[in-house]
Design a protein around this ligand. Structure first.
Ligand code: GLC
Length: 469
């Protein structure tokens, strides 16, 4: 069985969010389970592509509207990723410093067309084509409707929705960019008057998966306009919880950490990482350290953080460190808090993978007050590194973090995205911290949870098997 994953992001080549982590690790675990799993993504102009060697395995050209673009398919040489990696190089369109911008429609359509043109030339076709999010959502449509891809019609497609908030909408006047298709089926592309790549994918794909079972249920009621479509297609939808790459996320071997530690030496190991963080960011290391890592956007509840932090820092003895970027106003408000709470609060605006790893290792609590959280990987990294998650009960957070008031609890859970509820949850966290025996017990229990891909990789393989002709 040969699976081709098609994605805009893949760690460590290009990462904007959790999508990259999933596409950079699931195929590796699938290969370990005896199937052949490969990835294809755009060739961006970034640190990874500039410092690695590639071989060209195919070159051709394709048409986007009136224009012909040359493209090549490159394969990563000396590859230690655990799966074959192919990149579509369309110098004029994809060779950019960014992954997403305001020219996504043309760029990702071009990526998808070039990818399908290449697959047409494969002697033995992929058994399954696995698309991720709206950036690759037009693939199932084109495979089933464009005359040119008639020979790909019988290959089953799987769409994984990592985040249904983003759907890739564009206007009908760009229909000329598509390869010719039977126009009477144009409705498959449309949702509410726009071309909607995510909706088109849900309609045309053989199977839809979401990255947690709870998110699947939630989407029926809240999917940024696609509720009725998902309800209609529910029989082909399934929630499969994401896993994490436990080789990358291993506190015993993680080379980013200041000190590595085993589960039996968690206390001293975490302490060293915490001391480093507190020195770097001028925080008091004797207090419980809360962290937030992520995009500073409403979806993550980030606009409440300035008020939450202001109140929590005034009321309780604690330290807070933020890593993330996003909404400029939130970034500014979080920056302004630094002067007011010197020694107690700091923030790093930006993306920094190494710092993120040290924060999971050095912190006591991770805050995730998300409004929407399809799966969430940060709580899984935190659990594995002995940092107790403080989360809102939604999506994947609901499926992975049980409140400490319950048997088997590993974290602190609040129901709503509201300032007072987040502060109450932080109060409970401080209380737990002040009870060292209870704190250690919960921490250890979280570290013993197994959220490795091994389990979920099997679920995907079962889905593939059920689709195979
Ligand atoms: C998106 C979601 C996140 C999920 C990730 C990987 O970033 O917002 O919840 O964990 O995709 O599937």
């Amino acid at each position: 069985m040969k699976i081709l994953h098609i994605s805009a992001e893949c760690y460590p080549i290009a990462k904007v969010g959790g999508l990259a982590d999933v596409v950079g690790s699931l195929p590796k675990y699938q290969n370990k389970q005896g199937i052949t799993s490969q990835v294809i993504m755009p060739f961006y102009d970034n640190k990874f592509t500039n410092t690695h060697k590639f071989i060209t395995v195919f070159n051709s050209e394709f048409q986007l509207g009136e224009i012909n673009y040359p493209f090549t398919i490159k394969k990563l040489k000396n590859n230690s990723l655990g799966f074959d990696l192919f990149l579509v190089d369309i110098p004029e369109l994809l060779h950019k410093k960014y992954v997403y911008s305001n020219d996504d429609t043309e760029r990702f359509l071009a990526f998808q067309i070039a990818t399908l043109n290449w697959i047409l030339t494969w002697k033995v076709k992929p058994t399954i084509i696995h698309c991720h999010d709206h950036h690759t959502g037009l693939i199932p449509f084109m495979m089933s409707q464009c005359f040119k891809y008639d020979r790909l019609k019988m290959i089953p497609t799987v769409l994984t929705i990592h985040n249904a908030q983003y759907q890739g909408w564009f206007s009908h006047n760009k229909l000329n960019l598509f390869p010719a298709f039977n126009f009477k089926n144009v409705g498959l592309l449309d949702w509410d008057g726009s071309i909607n790549p995510l909706a088109a994918a849900i309609k045309c794909t053989w199977k839809v998966t979401t990255v947690s079972p709870s998110y699947m249920e939630e989407l029926i009621h809240s999917a940024n306009g696609l509720e009725s479509l998902l309800k209609h297609e529910v029989s082909k939808c399934k929630g499969v919880l994401n896993g994490i790459d436990t080789e990358v996320w291993n506190a015993e071997t993680d080379t980013y950490l200041i000190k590595n530690y085993k589960i039996s030496a968690t206390q001293s190991g975490k302490k060293r990482n915490k001391l480093y963080l507190c020195n770097q960011f001028k925080l008091n290391s004797s207090k419980p350290l809360f962290i937030f890592i992520g995009r500073l956007v409403g979806e993550k509840g980030a606009e409440l953080l300035p008020e939450v932090f202001e109140k929590a820092l005034t009321k309780n003895e604690l330290s807070i460190l933020v890593l993330g970027s996003g909404n400029v106003e939130i970034e500014k408000q979080l920056g302004d808090l630094k002067a007011k709470f010197k020694g107690k609060y700091n923030s790093y605006i930006g993306y920094n993978e190494k710092l993120a790893h040290i924060m999971y290792a050095g912190a006591d609590f991770l805050l995730m007050p998300s409004r929407v959280e399809p799966c969430g990987l940060n709580q899984l990294y935190a659990l594995r590194y002995g940092t107790i998650p403080v989360v809102r009960s939604i999506g994947g957070l609901k499926d992975t973090v049980i409140d400490i008031s319950k048997k088997d609890g590993v974290g602190i859970v609040h129901k709503n995205v509201a300032v007072n509820e987040i502060i109450e949850a932080m109060d409970r966290a401080v209380e737990l911290y002040n009870n060292p025996l209870g704190f250690k017990k919960i921490r250890k229990r979280g570290m013993q949870k197994n959220y490795s891909w091994e389990v979920s990789a099997t679920s995907y393989i079962n889905i593939y098997k059920s689709l195979k002709a």
